[in-house]
Structure formats: C-alpha cells, structure tokens
Write a protein that binds this ligand. Structure first.
Ligand SMILES: Nc1ncnc2c1ncn2[C@@H]1O[C@H](COP(=O)(O)OP(=O)(O)OP(=O)(O)O)[C@@H](O)[C@H]1O
Length: 585
C-alpha cells in the first residue's frame, strides 16, 4: 500500500475531488444496506401473515427511490475519482516529457528509446489505475465490507457473523501471496514489453539497411522471438490473475455454507427470525464485491507500485548539465577563450580533449580539421555545454559558459549537427523550427543562402512539401542544406557547422561558403570538416589529433609547414582534379 503514501501529494492536491468521491462512495455503501434489510422485513411479514398492500407499497417505493439515488451517486463518484486519476496520468506524462526534453544526449546514450516509451505509456496507465480503480477498491472494500459486517453483527447476530467470517484469514493469506507473485511476474512482463518496443523502434529506424542487406527474415525472426517472450510473460501474469476469482469464490461459498448451516440452527432455537437469516445471506452476498475488490486491490497496487517506482526514478535522474546558481539570463556575445585541460567521456578511458587553448575573436571564422575521432565534435559540444568540463573552462564574452543559463547560452548558438534531423513536417516548418514566428520571405531568404531554394521550388508543393516519414524522401545533401537554412534563419551569435557540408558537391559548397561570408560578417562561425576546402578561408584553423591541437594557423601559414594539413590539402586537391578529369572524359 506504499504507493498510496507515495501518491499522497496528489491526493492532497485534489483533496476536494477525492474527499467528495470517497464520501459519496461511503454513502452508496451505506444505502446498499437497506435492500437486504427490506427483504428480511418482508419475509418476516410473510412468515407472520402480517404483510398488507400498504407495507409492500411502502417498501417498493423506498427501494425504487433508493435505486435512483444510488444510480446518480455512482455516476458522481466515478467522475470525481476516475476524473482525478486521468488528470494524474496527464500530469505525470507531461512531467516525464518535460524531463526527457531537458536531459542531455548522454541520457539517451544510456537509456533505450523503447524503455522510455514503455514508461510513458504502460507505466503511466498502471499508476492511473492505482489512483482511480485502486482508491475505489480500497475505499469500497473498507466501507462496504465494514458496514455490512457491523450491520450483520449488530442487527442480526454477532455469533453468526463470526462464524461466517471464519474463512476470511484464508483470503488475506491468498491475496497477499498472489500479490507478491504478481509483482515479480508483472515486472518481467514490463521488461519484455520494453524490449519489444526497443526492437520495433530499432527495426523501423534501420529498415533501409535491413532491406539493403536482405536481412528481413532474420529481423522478422528476432521480432517473433521478442513477441513470443511478451506473450509468455503476460500469460504468466494472467495465470496468477486468473487464480484470484476462483479462490475468492471458494472462500465466499464456504462462508455461505457456514451461515446457512449454523443460521438454520439459530432460527430453530429462536435466536433469530427466518427474515433475519434471509437478510443475513443477502448481506453476505453484498460482501462478495468488497472481498473481490480487496483481491484486485493487491493486484492493482502491486502494478502501480512497480510503475510508480520506475517513473519516479526516471524523474529523479539528475540533469547532467543544469543552470548554476546565479547564472545570468543574458545570451553571451564576444570572444570565446578555450582553456581545456582535459575532458574524458564517462565511459571512455582515453581523454577526448586535452590541452586545448585558443581564442576565437568575435566575428571570426574558425575551421576545425583533423582525422575522424580526433575530437572535433567533442570540442564544439563542450562549447555548447552539452557536458560539464571538470578540468578546464571555456569563457564566452569574458565569463565562463557556466555563468549563463543554459537557455541563454544556447540562444547564442545555431548548430547544424552531423546527423541532421528533419521532422515529419513541411519544409517551411522545418526551416523555421527554431524561429516559429519567421515570415515566409525570411524562410526563403535562409533557403537561398543555404543553396536549397532551387531544389525546394522544384517540388510540386514547394515550401509546403511534407518531408520525413509521411512525405517525400530527400537526399542527404538536401537534408543537410535544410538544416543549414534552419540555423541561418536564427542568425545566431555563433554558427556551428559540424561537418555539415560533407554531402554537397564542391560547387554548392562554394556557393554556401560565399553566402556565409556575406551574412556572417561580424558574427562568429565554427566549421568542422573533413574536406579542407570548407575551411581554408577561415581566420584560424585548428588541426586536431587524438584530442590535442596538432597544428594551428591560417591556411597560408599551415601550407608553409610540412604537417598533416598541407599533406591532406594537397591530397584532396589532387583527388578533386582526378574527379573533374574523370567527369570530362
Ligand atoms: N558519447 C561518447 N562517449 C564516449 N566516447 C565518445 C563519445 N562521443 C565521442 N567519443 C569519443 O571521443 C573521441 C572524439 O570523438 P568526436 O566525435 O569528437 O570526433 P570527431 O573528430 O568529431 O570525429 P568525426 O570526424 O568522425 O565526426 C572519439 O575517440 C570517440 O570515440
């Protein structure tokens, strides 16, 4: 029942709804005691030959009126209690989503998407059930059960009541046993469902690769296995679930047997009337629901507890990066000083950045080159504070990046990542993603600067073309340029192109670089690239090698020294000459 204590904050918040619902529920339980009493009175009148039309009419009208009142009250508590439970589900879902959106990318490296989806759906549903059906069964079984037992003991016979209740401890034992069994089995069923979710998510994302390698059969087989596991686990939950009702029926049956057997003796000895025995058995019938409810309660609460624990532990996951106390909300501007001693990823052994010291003056273009895995992306991520630097700092506008709130800091950046992502929305919406209020003419201007306008107008629906899963498929180069247009539309203080020109041809690259030169005047631009033609115009070029700065300078300076940069540049020039030759032949 710990989950009810865990949920106390919500019950307090919705105290009027829950209080009202519980009160109405108690009134319904109390009113439900009247019909069995009426049956007893009528039976006694029949037995004593005293029943007349007036008495019968009186009771009929009372029972009819009661039915209408109970009907309305039942509707009322459902709205009050279930309505609040639905609101709790909405609240938790929104909290989870807010939390997910604040977590850094390392969180998503650690967690599987399928699990997160399962938590946001199945777990929330189980908690909603606890706050709705769970509260109902608890209150109903206590009030109804309590009222019925007291009425039986006080108005009929406490001895007979005790006899009828003998099988009850058996039930408590059975329900608690089943409850813990259910807890473990439900946990396993949830884990299997998460794993299935993961499989679906991964298979759908990688469907093109799967098809290209003709690997569909293997994937289908792997899915079948996961699916079979989910069925197996859920059947094992259902097996325990299915034991509840028969067990309760046997115990209730035993109760009836005892009350009729002993009750008959009480009637013969004159301790109770035949009408009272009739009422007693009807009351006992009223006890079936509270007993069943009690059984279900364990079931619901066990599931709710497991789910609530999982959702809370997710919500309690600390954000890797958060606002420092006293952080300013003003977006930074000015020069950027890198002074990084060392940075090592959590799960890595070797540092990914070491001894990085350089300054980018406001308005400069900084090119970052280096072989794959040398630390280029890590360097720009450090600048955007995707993780905290334990050893070293980056100062932006003279202040440490931690001195700004994350919102303020990130307002200053326009980032085009390597793995650009487009939403299933129109091209215009994709470009204006970070500036939803942008005018159409601004969107077109940004698209022209990113050399994608010509491609867009060639689509039948132009800027209104839907892309992604529900729309047209774009080429890698087109997606890249839409991502660039998205960042350019922001006109950010610092534009970061992380290997963002890799999928466009040399001519388009030149056109985009030309646009950058004109629109980025006075603003800082970082470009990381494998193709050195994308950065040879930079004011400062940093060549990275295994996390360290291996070379630095302008293109002219670097070409004078005999380093990686010069060798690579000459190699790439030669390659492009051969390629051009190849085309013209
Ligand atoms: N999340 C991570 N966890 C652990 N190690 C990481 C993580 N991201 C990157 N690394 C490691 O850090 C090093 C630098 O990676 P980074 O992505 O910065 O290189 P890069 O120069 O941008 O490479 P590329 O040109 O291929 O994009 C690599 O050795 C990489 O394996």
């Amino acid at each position: 029942m710990k989950v009810f204590i865990d949920l106390l904050w919500y019950f307090k918040r919705e105290k009027w709804q829950y209080g009202g619902g519980i009160l109405v529920l108690a009134v319904v339980s109390f009113l439900s005691l009247i019909p069995p009493y009426a049956v007893g009175v009528i039976v006694d009148h029949i037995n004593n030959n005293t029943l007349n039309e007036q008495i019968l009419m009186q009771w009929m009208l009372t029972l009819g009126g009661l039915a209408i009142v109970i009907y309305i009250l039942r509707y009322l508590w459902r709205i009050l209690i279930f309505g609040s439970a639905i609101k709790l589900a909405r609240l938790l879902r929104n909290n989870l989503y807010d939390h997910f959106s604040k977590m850094a990318s390392s969180f998503y490296h650690r967690k599987r998407t399928g699990d997160l989806m399962a938590h946001s759906t199945n777990d929330i549903r189980a908690i909603e059930q606890t706050a709705g059906a769970g509260v109902l069964t608890l209150v109903d079984s206590l009030t109804m059960g309590g009222f019925v037992i007291i009425t039986m003991a006080v108005t009929i016979s406490w001895e007979l009541t005790l006899i009828a209740l003998i099988p009850m401890p058996l039930m408590a034992y059975a329900t608690s046993k089943y409850g813990s069994l259910l807890h473990t089995r439900f946990g396993k069923a949830q884990a299997a469902f998460s794993s299935l979710n993961d499989k679906v998510q991964e298979s759908m994302s990688g469907i093109r690769v799967t098809k290209a390698f003709g690997y569909e059969d293997h994937e289908v087989e792997a899915f079948r296995e996961k699916s079979a596991e989910v069925v197996k686990r859920n059947v094992s939950v259902a097996r325990v679930d299915a034991l509840f009702d028969p067990t309760i029926s046997v115990i209730v049956g035993l109760s009836f047997f005892l009350s009729v057997a002993f009750g008959a003796g009480f009637v013969v000895s004159g301790d109770i009337t035949i009408g009272q025995l009739t009422s007693f058995t009807v009351y006992l019938g009223l006890l079936i629901w509270p007993m069943l409810a009690f059984g279900w309660l364990f079931n619901i609460v066990e599931r709710g507890r497991a789910s609530y624990d999982r959702v809370s532990s997710l919500l309690n996951e600390k954000q890797d990066v958060s606002d420092e106390p006293g952080a300013v909300e003003e977006p930074p501007t000015g020069s950027i000083d890198f002074e990084i001693e060392r940075f090592t990823y959590e799960n890595a052994e070797e540092p990914s950045l070491e001894n990085i010291r350089f300054t980018s003056e406001k308005g400069q273009t900084i090119g970052i080159a280096g072989r794959t895995g040398s630390g280029k992306t890590t360097l720009v991520k450090a600048l955007m504070r995707e993780f905290n630097l334990a050893d070293g700092e980056i100062r932006f506008g003279g202040k440490k990046t931690e001195a700004y709130t994350l919102d303020a800091l990130r307002t200053s950046f326009g980032y085009v990542p390597q793995d650009h992502f487009l939403f299933s929305a129109t091209i215009a919406d994709n470009i204006s993603f970070a500036c939803p209020d942008a005018s159409y003419s601004d969107i077109i201007k940004a698209a022209k600067l990113a050399s994608i306008h010509e491609d867009i107008v060639r689509f039948e629906e132009g800027y209104e073309t839907v892309v992604g899963e529900r729309g047209v498929t774009l080429s890698g180069g087109q997606k890249q340029r839409i991502s660039i247009a998205r960042a350019l539309l922001m006109n950010p203080e610092v534009l970061i192109l992380d290997d963002s020109l890799s999928a466009v041809d040399a001519k388009t690259e030149e056109a985009i670089l030309e646009s950058l030169r004109s629109v980025r005047k006075g603003k800082t631009t970082f470009i990381t690239a494998h193709r050195l033609s994308a950065i040879n115009h930079a004011d400062l070029i940093i060549v990275m090698d295994r996390g360290r700065i291996a070379e630095r300078g302008t293109h002219t300076e670097l070409m004078k020294s005999d380093g990686w940069y010069r060798r690579m540049y000459e190699h790439q020039q030669l390659e492009s000459l051969i390629e051009k030759g190849g085309h013209s032949s």
